[in-house]
Ligand binder design. Structure first.
Ligand code: C5P
Length: 211
């Protein structure tokens, strides 16, 4: 079973994907972390995330097992991620890694932007998780403040809107709701309620096989 979970940043898709993986006993890949790690590697090397050769080199040398989870969560890594993610040659390298992960016969949950559309178009169940820009900014702000990062609501909202625009408008694998994906708006849902709603959607999809 492959569950594809897509949506914009801070929509709750990561939390939902994690809970789906636990609930159904599947492994999970947070594909945003791959792009964040590539963006951060470019920044660490003093490079420019828009520089194709630097970004592709970072993508090729990415070690999935050595991603520094705490450092990739910064707002700078998120912005750099959305810039390297525009580059088709970077996406090609990432595509291979994601498809290899999804090929495991034990099944998997993958979350990102293009899982249901490009990486796993044949996924058993597809979810498209979203929430209002204000609510997503509020959630991400709480996360960043907990990490000790100081950024204003207005600046973060601007950064998230900029990433949304870049993700939705890029030519290669733009963010959009895949055909057949179930929409889950978490704006007014608690984490528990969002997880329950996701379980219900997956259970319903499993009990009514695709025609
Ligand atoms: O989900 P997260 O905010 O960690 O993703 C960081 C960035 O990585 C996104 O803004 C997007 O540009 C990129 N990304 C992508 N395709 C994916 C996952 C993430 O382009 N499957």
């Amino acid at each position: 079973m492959i569950i594809a979970v897509d949506g914009p940043t801070a929509s709750g898709k990561g939390t939902i994907a994690k809970q789906l993986a636990e609930h159904y006993g599947l492994k999970r890949l947070d594909t945003g972390s791959l792009y964040r790690a590539v963006g951060l590697a470019v920044l660490d090397a003093g490079g420019d995330p828009d520089d194709e050769s630097a970004a592709v080199a970072a993508a090729r040398s990415l070690d999935l097992g050595a991603i520094d989870e705490s450092r990739i969560r910064s707002s700078a890594a998120g912005l750099a991620a959305s810039r390297v993610a525009v580059i088709p040659a970077v996406r090609a390298v990432m595509r291979e890694a994601q498809r290899a992960f999804a090929a495991d016969p034990a099944g998997a949950v993958l979350d990102g932007r293009d899982i249901g559309t490009v990486i796993c178009p044949e996924a058993t169940v597809k979810l498209f998780v979203t929430a209002s820009l204000a609510e997503r900014t509020r959630r991400r702000l709480a996360e960043l403040h907990a990490r000790g990062e100081t950024i204003s609501f207005a600046e973060l909202e601007r950064q998230i809107a900029e990433r949304d625009q870049r993700d939705a408008n890029r030519k290669d694998s733009p963010l959009r709701q895949a055909e057949g994906a179930h929409l889950l708006d978490t704006t007014s849902l608690s984490i528990e309620a969002a997880a329950e709603a996701a379980f219900a959607l997956v259970d319903a999809a499993l009990s009514s096989p695709k025609s």
